[in-house]
Design a protein around this ligand. Structure first.
Ligand code: ZN
Ligand code: ZN
Length: 355
């Protein structure tokens, strides 16, 4: 494959200052591959990176952002025989150090050496360069071969699906026949609905505020949708479960009252898995959980190879990312793309950038 010396890349110069510039094409280390990026999605975490930053970010002026990307293998490091040049691949964000207790146990999104590049940790688009560029370098651990029936664009939603799978997995993974309430009809919530149905849920109840998203939730398999502007989510879930509450609540809303609602709508002995990040501290009566034997789980991103497992489900048609993608932009218009996503212009949900 002909690899140029220079490439276009979206570089973070300061908070709310993203510039598309020419950069050197990186070269892969021994365990890495060079990926020619075909598509890179925008997610809420990108907006956090741009507006106020995350810990261990590379310095302004050097940092190429973007973490949900897919492309074609263009060059291989010396030791790499897992992939070939020309392979279509999608990426996961977190490459753990591989030497700490959490990494060894598969929980590499909670790597104890998070941000320590010297010890082998990387999170492309967070602590290392990412995918709003024509080329990116990835460790082999973060690459997955893309099945033929999944497009580059669709595969940018795979870390979204991976996060949901990881959240379900950590909560014990027991779904068949159970009632699951999903709070928040954003990309994570809508993916969760599909996954719970694919995993044999009895009833899936989706709650939220936006009509189009709730409507889409129904199309993607939610048995009931609750518009919380018109109905009380807790009351409705209790009504639909004969007063018992949901067996599992997936909290993907992240609002101030979401955890309290989750506590009130979970069955005694049930589980809550928190997939959302909150803007700041929130108040919730945790005694409800203690009194009712409710266990609360959290996940950060997509550990335990959840991206690979999600790809398998996507290839089988059990989940789809296509309806989540509402807009695409060329990388030169990355600022327009970010604005469209952040302000939800034109009902934007997942916005994909093409380098
Ligand atoms: Zn993301
Ligand atoms: Zn680690």
């Amino acid at each position: 494959m002909d690899i140029p010396k220079r490439m276009k890349a979206a570089v973070l110069y300061g908070f709310n200052d993203v510039r598309v510039e020419e950069r050197d094409v990186p070269s892969p280390g021994p365990d890495e591959a060079l990926v020619k990026v075909n598509a890179c999605g925008i997610c809420g975490t990108d907006i956090k990176v741009i507006t106020h930053g995350l810990p261990n970010q590379p310095p302004f002026g050097d940092f190429i952002i973007g973490h949900e990307y897919a492309g074609t293998v263009a060059a291989l490091g010396d030791t790499v025989d897992e992939f070939q040049i020309g392979d279509r691949v999608t990426v996961e964000i977190h490459k753990g150090c591989g030497r700490c207790k959490n990494c060894i146990m598969g929980h590499y999104t909670a790597c104890l050496n998070y941000g320590n590049i010297g010890k082998g940790h990387r999170a492309n688009g967070f602590t290392a360069n990412g995918g709003f560029a024509e080329y990116a370098v990835n460790h082999v651990n973060t690459l997955y071969k893309l099945p033929d029936n999944i497009s580059f664009d669709e595969s940018t939603t795979i870390t979204t699906a991976g996060t949901c799978i990881y959240g379900i997995d950590m909560a014990g993974g027991y779904i068949p026949g159970d009632t699951v309430a999903v709070l928040g009809p954003g990309p994570i919530g809508l993916m969760s609905v599909q996954l719970c149905k694919a995993l044999g849920a009895g009833k899936v109840i989706l709650t939220g505020t936006r009509d189009e998203r709730l409507e889409l939730g129904k199309k993607l398999g939610a048995d009931y949708v609750v518009d919380v502007r018109r109905e009380k989510a807790v009351e409705k879930v209790m009504e639909l479960t004969d007063g018992l509450g949901a067996d599992l609540v997936l909290e993907a809303a992240g609002g101030d009252t979401a955890l309290q609602e989750a506590l009130e709508m979970t069955r005694k002995g049930g589980k809550i898995s928190i997939l959302a990040f909150y803007k700041g501290p929130i108040t919730a009566d945790i005694s409800i959980a203690v009194r009712n034997g409710i266990n609360i789980y959290t996940v950060r991103g997509e550990g335990r190879m959840s991206v690979g497992r999600s790809l398998s489900l996507m290839a089988q048609g059990k989940i789809t990312g296509k309806p989540l993608i509402t807009h695409t932009f060329p990388v030169e218009e990355v600022n327009e793309a970010l604005k469209t996503f952040a302000e939800r212009i034109g009902g934007a949900m997942k916005v994909v950038v093409h380098p």
